[in-house]
Design a protein around this ligand. Structure first.
Ligand code: HEM
Ligand code: HEM
Length: 133
């Protein structure tokens, strides 16, 4: 597996644990005020990075590009900042909204970089038969 995929899956695993803990906390306390933080930690932190990791695993040519590392850095810094800021904002810290906006824009920048990667560069797909060996 390319290094970037390993990084993405490790990142995704950490966010999955965080997302589940947040979900269990909501369920246990019956306080669903942080629903949006839970949903986005899971979707932006677990599901999307796992998809990025899978993309790079199936496209090893793309994984070697420096752009892939830049994309990882921008996207993950965005989600790492956005998650606690959004959580705390929903817990009443309204003054954190500008930080949520800035970190959301970083996440958007990471998504734009992924789109650039997906539309450019080498396409060297791993056939499922080869991947299974
Ligand atoms: C044991 C693990 C989990 C628990 C206990 C849990 C618990 C919850 C709870 C209590 C809510 C609020 C429901 C409401 O107020 O209507 C919720 C919403 C949500 N959860 Fe989880 N969750 C878990 C895992 C996940 C995972 C793994 C994902 C995504 C991959 C996820 C995605 C969502 C989404 C998208 C919402 C918002 C749904 C909506 O808009 O109504 N959850 N979850
Ligand atoms: C930086 C990127 C994103 C921003 C700024 C954003 C923003 C928002 C906002 C403002 C809401 C409404 C929240 C509310 O009514 O309380 C929302 C809801 C939702 N978003 Fe996102 N979103 C982003 C990315 C995504 C992605 C990539 C997914 C799916 C993979 C997603 C899935 C959802 C879902 C399922 C809901 C309904 C659950 C909830 O209320 O939190 N979002 N989003």
């Amino acid at each position: 597996m390319p290094f970037i995929s390993l990084l993405y899956f490790r990142t995704a695993a950490v966010f999955l644990l965080l997302g589940i803990v947040m979900g269990l906390h909501m369920a246990a306390t019956h306080d669903h005020s942080t629903l949006a933080a839970h949903a986005h930690v899971n979707l932006l932190g677990w599901v999307t990075p796992a998809l990025f990791g899978a993309y790079f695993a199936f496209n090893p040519g793309q994984a070697e590009r420096r752009l892939a590392r830049l994309q990882y850095g921008v996207y993950v810094v965005g989600v790492v900042l956005m998650s606690p800021m959004l959580y705390l904002m929903l817990r009443g810290q309204a003054q954190l909204e500008p930080m949520v906006i800035v970190s959301s824009l970083l996440v958007l920048a990471g998504a734009i970089l992924f789109a650039i990667i997906a539309f450019t560069g080498p396409v060297r797909m791993v056939a499922p038969r080869v991947a299974a060996e």
